[in-house]
Unconditional design. Sequence first.
Length: 144
Amino acid sequence: MATTTGTEENKRIARQVPEEIATAGNVDLIDEVYAADAVEHDAFAEYRGRAAIREWLEDVREAFPDVSAAVEDVVAEGDTVAMRVTLRGTHEGEFAGIAPTGKAFEVGNTVFTRIEDGRIVERWVQPDALGLLRQLGVGELPAE
């Protein structure tokens, strides 16, 4: 049976991904923060295990070298932490098959993080993907 940590500790653990891993670039923290078999459910794909999560986050930081993820709100109950995050960056590398545009973006992101035994076991990440694509100039809706 999994043990749970307190909600304040769960908030601290969940915040490490946007603040210390994504923004500060400390991808080595993945081994400490994530369970070995953790799963990331992202708007673009699903990543299973620390190695896949590390590769995904490194790809994001390569595509958007100045990426920042500012945590705006955090709510926790039981083993789950919900965060509202603002993502900002400049598209300098290939992302999701899209060649670099050099354009800056700012979008909202909602993240639900489930924690067991003091480690992240699952995250659901829902950025404003359409807003991101539009700001990069690749997500225009057709004219009526």
